[in-house]
Design a protein around this ligand. Structure first.
Ligand code: C2E
Ligand code: CA
Ligand code: CA
Ligand code: CA
Length: 275
């Protein structure tokens, strides 16, 4: 806010025109970043909550804009979807994740976020198959994370694409569970092998008994369904202890490691198994 005589403040409101221009510029830069492979993946460790062993990594996209600096992935992923660029970006990232994870020890998997746009692209299955073949990456070590907005399509369309992925041997993970309007019906009909409990429940579970009850119920339900459950946003030992004793399968959060660049992963893995 800028000070104008007296006690009045006038807030600078960018014109519609300026917003539209900067948005157009950002889309242009995003397109270029995709073409030059300047959007890369960082990898965050996911830990077995019972043994405390490293289980795998989630791949998270990173873009540092030459002038604006780091742009949050939530933001540029949405922009890529709106600009029709998500399909190309998603393809490049999936390819990169498989190539990178190929060099990791064989018991570790990589989990890649897939946007709705990508999932329903006409040839998504064909592309996944091709990437697996070209990188000779074992499908069993690939997890694809989807969020519940995939259920906006008809159940038949959703079922068909998830079923095809399942038959490729890839594992499907339902991300951000509990955040929106997650229906239990999804768990009944679709071939998920894991659900990720949204960080908001985890964050509140120590201070709010209702959140704690939901966390316990989701873990118990997953157990009965034979589906693994990963708790996100685990930042302290106390969360880890509670989740582990409730029977949670895996945990992810700053307590175990921040998302790190590809070259840091190797030393993280070495350090982890040396302990
Ligand atoms: P997400 O899939 O739920 O990813 C988890 C987010 O939580 C990541 O944020 C991660 O850095 C953050 N996080 C991990 N541990 C902790 C913790 O202990 N505390 C807190 N406060 N946060 C933690 P990030 O990397 O900013 O990504 C945000 C979202 O952007 C992701 O949420 C995902 O929806 C989207 N995204 C990121 N990369 C991709 C991608 O390659 N493709 C697609 N489609 N979406 C992506
Ligand atoms: Ca995710
Ligand atoms: Ca999530
Ligand atoms: Ca999220």
């Amino acid at each position: 806010a800028k000070r104008h005589g007296g006690n009045t403040y006038r807030v600078f409101v960018p014109s519609y025109r300026a917003v539209a221009d900067s948005r157009r510029d950002l889309i242009r830069d995003l397109r270029e970043a995709i073409q030059t492979h300047s959007i890369t993946l960082h990898y965050q460790p996911i830990i077995n909550a019972q043994t405390r062993q490293l289980a795998g990594f989630e791949a998270l996209a990173r873009w540092t804009h030459p002038v604006l600096g780091p742009i949050p992935p939530d933001r540029f992923i949405r922009l890529a979807e709106e600009a029709g660029l998500m399909h190309d970006l998603g393809h490049a990232l999936l390819d990169e994740a498989c190539r990178t994870a190929h060099s990791w020890p064989h018991n570790l998997w990589v989990s890649v976020n897939i946007s709705v746009d990508q999932l329903y692209h006409r040839n998504f299955i064909g592309e996944v198959r091709r990437i697996l073949k070209e990188t000779s990456y074992p499908p069993r070590r690939l997890q694809l994370e989807v969020i519940e907005t995939i259920f906006m399509e008809s159940d038949a369309a959703t079922y068909s694409v998830l079923q095809e992925l399942d038959s490729l041997g890839v594992r499907i993970v339902l991300d951000d569970f509990g955040k929106g309007y997650s229906s239990l019906g999804y768990l009944r009909f679709f071939p998920f092998s894991k659900i990720k409990l949204d960080a908001s429940f985890v964050r509140d579970m120590l201070s709010d008994s209702r959140s704690a009850a939901i966390v316990s119920a989701v873990i118990a339900l997953a157990g009965d369904l034979g589906v693994a459950v990963t708790a996100e946003g685990v930042e302290t030992e106390e969360y880890f202890y509670r989740l582990s004793s409730k029977g949670c399968t895996e945990v992810q959060g700053y307590l175990f490691g921040y998302p790190m660049s590809q070259d840091k992963v190797a030393s993280f893995i070495a350090g982890h198994f040396r302990r």
